[in-house]
Write a protein that binds this ligand. Sequence first.
Ligand SMILES: [Zn+2]
Length: 336
Amino acid sequence: MITYRIAKKFICKIGITAAILSSISYRDVAYSAQPVPTTTPTASTNQADIEDEKPIYPIAEKIIRANGLDEITWRLKVDDEYEFNAAATDLNQIILLKGLLDRVYGDDAAIAFVIGHEIAHHTQKHMYSYTAYAAKLTKQMQAEVDAKVQNIIVTETKKFETARSSKRRSKLLCNQDIAKKTSLSVAPDYLALNCQGKPDSNKIEQLKQQFTAEKEPEIYSQLKKLSRQLEFEADKFGYIYMVRAGYSPEGALRVLELMSRSPHPGSDDTTHPSFNDRLNAIKELMNKYPAPSLMAEGKIRLRLHPNPLTYDMSKDGQSLRINSRFGSQRQASKLK
Ligand SMILES: [Zn+2]
């Protein structure tokens, strides 16, 4: 079903991947409440498996802390797939693809925008909004399809009864000999009934499939429209998040400008707005939410919570777990 397919994963085509992050510099960081360590007191049991994530962890950690998003654990994963893309999946998991990181290598602010954007998909509950909307549309569609089929059954039953009474054939309507002589039993005349004038389950199922197939493009179109709205919202919060953490908003412009060089998708029938529209939206945000104000907000939070969140490998060994401030405090107390 539509709902199931959509619910599996919220793919976010932002256009960046995380590949060569081994030497990320901090020159794009506008300020730093405290130097962000590249290692934490809590060594992972298997550091080798989160080597790709470690270079971008300080960026994600700072965004999370500067925006008060540190009450819950996050997971960060660099995927080997070489595409210019990132994704928000599962609960609080952020995935950056290596093809993206390669293209913005060394540009912390650009990476911060991508991470902020994916974090926003989670904090704004976009997966829930999207799947709930898909479920609602699917339910509406099923109700419409059922009503349509029911109407056909009612109409055809009347037609059948009229034909039967006029021809005075109350029995043997399915008899092959009679079938050859009367239109009553000719299947194409009845979309939903069998030759006895009763609803035919196979025909009904076919009708439902046909009506559903006719309706699906409209549903996908509505979902794509919502998806585009959510992308704009993720850009908005992504921008706010990254700037609060002290990263220059120019990083967002650089990412989107780079993406806008890719081929035009060709129509509005996409899940994402055009990169030019996203670029313009960021420029508007820069006026609406000036960077100095956002940075000042973040600076206050960072001063209140100066200790970087700790990290470790996730229990499934698939990602780097950025511990919440509670988890970080627990680890710190263990070390004492
Ligand atoms: Zn997105």
